[in-house]
Design a protein around this ligand. Structure first.
Ligand code: PGA
Length: 254
């Protein structure tokens, strides 16, 4: 069994008070779990430095990640954050291609592939979100959509793109819906993604993980994590509730 990876995506939530109340007990809780399970929290990026200051580097039992990165390194790009800056403050994991960015910020597959490339160049670990809309699911296009989203990464980043990386399969209709995909469906698509990537390369892939995301709770975590091709979760809403989040970590490690 591989070491599961649990990622908490805070999106546009949190403040200084919340951070103190959340991270101190989380860090204590993780004393028991951090060797068995990798926990990554992606708060709004401006709080990363504050969280790092609260915990000296050797007692932190979790990793911090970013919810986004720009596809440029520096220059006239108001409001953006670069891979160099993230690396500079010690961030290792970066979410890209989240459906909220694809839709709200009109990020195309090509822009996302450029971000992926820039992260790999800096040796940061991309957490690439892929998945279908409700309509695409109804039209049985899930595999096609996943293939398209993967192909563009191979085209821009080459055949080693997915070594040292994470794919989060997130059916868009399941995100924030209280309606997670069924465990069997998640296994079917995760298996497909793994095999599809294997079929495109001539080497043994290293450090590649598949997460599931979309309304993960303590109620569905066990069924989902016991699927063979599910290596962990990308969690939105439940990652903001300390009790729920720690319960999911506990369940993942039974
Ligand atoms: P959710 O969000 O867990 O609230 O459904 C998941 C995500 O957006 O990554």
């Amino acid at each position: 069994m591989i070491k599961p990876i649990i990622i908490g995506n805070w999106k546009l939530n949190g403040n200084k008070v919340f951070i103190r109340k959340f991270f101190e007990p989380l860090n204590r809780f993780l004393s028991k779990y951090h060797k068995k399970c990798t926990v990554i929290i992606t708060p709004p990026v401006l709080y990363i430095y504050l969280i790092q200051k609260i915990f000296s580097s050797n007692n932190k039992k979790f990793f911090l990640g970013s919810q986004n990165v720009d596809n440029h390194i520096l220059g006239p790009f108001t409001g953006e954050i670069s891979s160099c800056m993230l690396k500079d403050i010690g961030v290792k994991y970066v979410i890209i291609g989240h459906s909220e960015r694809r839709f709200n910020h009109k990020e195309s597959n090509t822009i996302i592939a450029k971000k992926f490339h820039i992260l790999k160049e800096k040796k940061l670990i991309p957490i690439l979100c892929i998945g279908e809309t409700q309509e695409e699911k109804i039209n049985k296009k899930t595999k096609e959509i996943c293939m398209e989203q993967i192909d563009v990464i191979f085209n821009i980043c080459g055949s080693y793109a997915f070594d040292n990386s994470i794919i989060a399969y997130e059916p868009i209709w399941a995100i924030g819906s209280k309606n997670s995909a069924k465990a069997k469906e998640v296994q079917y698509i995760s298996h497909f993604i793994r095999n599809y990537i294997k079929s495109k390369i001539n080497h043994k892939i290293k450090n590649f993980f598949i997460q599931y995301g979309g309304s993960v709770t303590r109620k569905n975590a066990k069924k989902l994590i016991t699927q063979k091709d599910v290596d962990g979760f990308l969690i939105g809403g439940s990652s903001l509730k300390l009790k729920e989040f720690t319960k999911i970590i506990e369940i993942t490690n039974i």
